[in-house]
Design a protein. Structure first.
Length: 344
């Protein structure tokens, strides 16, 4: 592995003490400034501007706490926060749990109560993602272990009703979701019985615009790989067609620790294009580059050539703010913000 260190220095923004302990945060990705939505451990929703240091409470969640399951105890039930592109809507869900909600932060209303079902829900994060389509903010969310739906964030209207008389049963536990940068595709890090982790992709616009069963057996739904006992791992869209997925080919439970790595796929042709052995950590992408938050620090990879372009030792980002063009490491009290312009 090669690659020189970037001459990069992070800006540190401290959360106001009055906010209290933060359970999770999410970028307001459409904002040109470093604006964030915070979820406190008390359940408050707070808008935070990292440039000015100002914060104001904009709502609160009513999602109930859920008990830790007896099985898969390494999967800790925790609240997870999602923010819509414009910051108007918040999605609060219980990862490895059953319940969640969508809140309109302008009106204070809960527009959508979420129930992902109680069948092995402790094996996967709550399937949830915001997306934009024809001027509307939409929510992709799990309504059963093997069913995803799309709803309007403002009205709660279900946009993907199924005809119960048409059998389209899917033997697949939906997992963490990731929407491509322009919202044309969605990736699902779920699993099927063995258990095998099976990362899948599908055309989100085709599904929203009328192919109601696209997420079950539609022609654009592709399975990228099968991995024994291997899911709940980082994945990241590089652009509308290409996606990076953690886990090398043929990975199995016993060999998991020795076969770490990332693969880049053409999501349309369902074809592996590149493997990066040994790469690990959270994944982010911007300006045609793939970033990995390795334990030793940030790595910047060329996802076409496989070249390591450079590193930032000691900087391990947890979030990406697309609008502000920065990678951010959050430690519970501060945001260390690294401009992407430093990584060229």
């Amino acid at each position: 592995m090669s690659g020189a260190s970037f001459a990069a220095k992070a800006t540190v923004s401290r959360l106001p003490a009055a906010v209290g302990p933060v359970a999770d945060l999410a970028p307001v990705s459409g904002a040109p400034r470093s604006q964030w939505l915070l979820l406190t451990t008390a359940g408050d929703l707070v808008r935070f501007d990292a440039d000015s240091g100002t914060a104001r409470t904009v709502g609160a969640t009513t999602v109930p706490a859920e008990p830790q399951p007896d099985y898969w105890r390494e999967h800790v039930v925790r609240r997870r926060l999602h923010a819509s592109h414009d910051g108007r809507f918040a999605g609060i869900v219980n990862d490895y749990g059953r319940y969640g909600e969508v809140a309109d932060l302008e009106t204070g209303r809960v527009t959508l109560s979420l129930d992902g079902g109680d069948y092995h829900q402790y094996t996967v994060p709550f399937s949830f993602a915001f997306t934009q389509h024809k001027g509307r903010t939409l929510v992709v969310h799990r309504t059963a272990w093997n069913r995803l739906d799309v709803s309007d964030a403002l009205t709660g209207e279900l946009l993907t009703p199924r005809d119960p008389g048409i059998p389209h049963r899917l033997d697949y536990f939906h997992g963490a979701l990731a929407v491509s940068p322009r919202g044309t595709r969605i990736a699902d890090d779920g699993w099927i019985w063995q258990p095998y982790g099976v990362p899948t992709v599908l055309n989100l616009r085709s599904w929203i615009e009328g192919r109601t069963f696209e997420s079950e057996d539609g022609r654009t739904r592709k399975e990228l790989d099968w991995r024994d006992y291997y899911w709940n791992e980082p994945q990241c869209w590089i652009d509308e067609r290409h996606i990076a997925v953690t886990g090398l080919k043929g990975i199995d439970y016993e060999a998991k620790s020795s076969t770490r790595g990332v693969r880049v796929f053409d999501a349309v042709r369902c074809r592996e294009l590149l493997a990066l052995p040994g790469v690990e950590g959270a994944l982010f992408a911007a300006d045609g580059m793939l970033f990995a938050a390795a334990l030793a620090g940030l790595q910047a990879w060329d996802p076409v050539s496989g070249e390591l372009r450079g590193t930032v030792p000691g900087f391990v980002p947890t979030h990406h703010h697309p609008g502000a063009a920065e990678l951010v490491a959050f430690d519970g009290e501060t945001l260390s913000r690294l401009p992407l312009s430093c990584l060229v």
